[in-house]
Design a protein around this ligand. Structure first.
Ligand code: ADP
Length: 547
């Protein structure tokens, strides 16, 4: 008979993290700045008790195995309870992105067949609207403000209090669903992804232990990414697993609150999209020395490309940036850009060039870059589509027809991101497929251009889009937001770019506007810019530089 392993068959589940935190880190703090700006402090000991009560309460309320429980909540302790308590009951947590349009929210909740909803009392007006379009069986309100729960709703705290004390966990199969997220719809109708206990466990391991975040139980972690945006990139699970202090900011992601909180709570690790950090860096530049930050503070930046100027900018303040890439479909983190041993001896510019790439894939993430003729050479120049596979990469979308545009016949996810790979295995994203600019049959990277433009001292933000051109098919147009009080003309910015790119890459036009429209997760909404400038481009660009 073939030799069998003697190892136990032990299910990989984040519910284990809940028990571990309660048992070994009961005094470690969980700090939340609530929607009304009240500061709330609790501990893993209390969290452990309450998350188990939530699980028991949900079961008593009729939750069945695999039922979806939606959350409409900001970042705080009660959302963390939901992150662990819902799966502990055998349910599936489905955080709803409260910044989406009501039509999308209703579509997503109906499509996912969300059965229960837990909502912050500060979000009741939104919940009321969603409820008019989605039939939930039960709706629980977390009374964070201390006000009583209005009639027609159930009280989350009362559910926890009344929960049976004799709760025991179901027997989990690690492949059971644990959570759901929908893509935010930047590229069409939102699509659902279902995470399993196993996939979330492995993802948690990866982000906790790798050179990127390297979270230990001595860290203080403040996720500056909403818990409805791909599970705050896995940080709540990672901190719970390892016993790190957690700090939540509710809806308050303005730079002053972020920096005040970092100082007060002694934050050592944070993460978020570039938009959040643009404001923080600007404030640090304007008021250097105002905040006493931890020397080991590091920021994981992803969701869209972190411009090199931003990485250099934070370095000036002694804050280390780690650039990361991922997507809803990949749980999300797939790559970190951390210098390999020996790279710290390279000239500074080369080090920054590596650090502003998206990095190398995590263990268990297979990554390939495919061009028209198969895998592209690792020359850092030839572009292709990035494809990934692995235990926390989705193999399909929930309740949708198989989509050959998104999945290859040999089982890889087509990310829709275009990039190059170098001989160190570092991937660099040059675009999303639909954002690429095709000029005279050649590709121009909008991301490369906008990152350079954002390095100009007068520029706060820049997005580069394709506009139709009778001769070249498409040409790049740079849409620029200048820093308050700063001046720069199209000619000056073009001069700044000269020598950094081939001449034909340089934008033909510049449009100066006050604000770049954002997606619900804080990324540049290029489709809106394309709509706006496809027609009026000529007129707007002639105003170049006149604000
Ligand atoms: P959506 O697809 O709805 O915008 P996601 O949050 O899942 O929502 O977005 C994933 C996409 O975000 C990736 O496919 C990629 O295009 C972009 N992205 C994520 N991280 C980075 C990064 N570090 N650099 C450039 N683009 C990034």
């Amino acid at each position: 008979m073939a030799l069998q392993s003697t190892m136990m068959n032990y299910a990989l589940t984040p519910v284990h993290f809940l028990e571990r935190a309660g048992r070994y880190f009961p005094k470690v703090e969980i700090v939340s700045l609530l929607p009304d700006r009240t500061l709330h402090r609790t501990t893993y000991g209390e969290f452990h008790r309450r998350a188990r009560s939530l699980a028991a309460g949900l079961q008593a309320a009729g939750l069945r195995r695999g039922d979806r429980v939606a959350t409409l909540m900001w970042n705080h302790y009660a959302h963390l309870e939901a992150y662990l308590g819902i799966p502990a009951a055998g349910g599936v947590i489905h955080p709803l992105n409260l910044r989406l349009h009501l039509d999308d929210l209703a579509y997503i909740a109906n499509h996912a067949e969300d059965r229960f909803l837990i909502v912050d009392d500060a979000l009741l007006p939104l919940a009321e609207q969603v409820r008019s379009r989605v039939k939930f069986d039960r709706v629980f309100v977390a009374p964070l403000s201390g006000a009583s729960v209005p009639s027609g709703y159930e009280d989350y705290e009362a559910m926890l209090k009344a929960a049976p004390a004799d709760f025991s966990y179901p027997d989990f199969d690690e492949n059971e669903p644990l959570g759901m997220c929908y893509t935010s719809g930047t590229t069409g109708r939102p699509r659902g992804v279902v995470y399993s206990h196993r996939s979330t466990t492995i993802h948690t391991y990866n982000i906790t232990l790798l050179g990127g975040m390297t979270i230990t139980n001595r860290d203080v972690v403040c996720a500056c990414v909403p818990m409805f945006h791909v599970n705050a990139w896995g940080m709540p699970y990672a901190c719970t697993m390892i016993g790190a202090k957690q700090v939540f900011l509710g809806p308050h992601l303005d730079p002053v609150t972020v920096l005040d909180t970092f100082e007060r709570e002694q934050v050592t690790c944070s993460a978020g999209v570039p938009t959040v950090w643009l404001g923080v860096l600007d404030l640090l530049d304007r008021e250097p020395g105002r905040w006493k930050l931890q020397p080991e503070l590091r920021l994981v930046i992803g969701g869209s490309a972190a411009p090199e100027a931003m990485i250099r900018g934070f370095d000036r303040h002694g804050i280390n940036v780690i650039h990361a890439w991922g997507m809803t479909e990949t749980s999300p983190t797939c790559t970190f850009a951390v210098l390999k041993r020996g790279m710290e001896k390279l000239p500074e510019d080369e080090q920054y060039a590596y650090r502003s790439k998206q990095g190398i894939p995590h263990p268990f993430v297979d990554l390939r870059v495919r061009g028209a003729d198969g895998e592209v050479p690792p020359d850092g120049k030839t572009m292709g589509e990035i494809q990934v596979s692995g235990p926390y990469v989705t193999s399909r979308y929930y309740a949708m027809e198989p989509d050959p545009e998104k999945f290859t016949p040999d089982g890889w996810l087509r990310t829709g991101d275009v990039g190059v790979v170098d001989d160190e295995g570092f991937v660099k994203l040059t675009d999303r497929t639909k954002d690429l600019i095709k000029s005279g049959g050649e590709w121009i990277s909008s991301v490369d251009l906008e990152n350079e433009i954002m390095g100009h001292p007068a520029v706060a933000e820049a997005a580069v889009i394709a506009v139709p051109d009778p001769k070249w098919d498409e040409r790049p147009l740079a849409v620029v937001v200048l820093k308050p009080g700063a001046q720069a003309t199209a000619t000056e910015i073009n001069k700044f770019l000269e020598g950094k790119f081939a001449k034909w890459w340089l934008p033909d036009g510049y449009a100066f506007i006050d604000e770049i429209p954002r997606t619900s997760t804080g990324k540049f909404l290029k489709s809106a810019l394309r709509e706006r400038f496809a027609v009026s481009y000529g007129a707007e660009s002639r105003r170049g530089g006149q604000r």
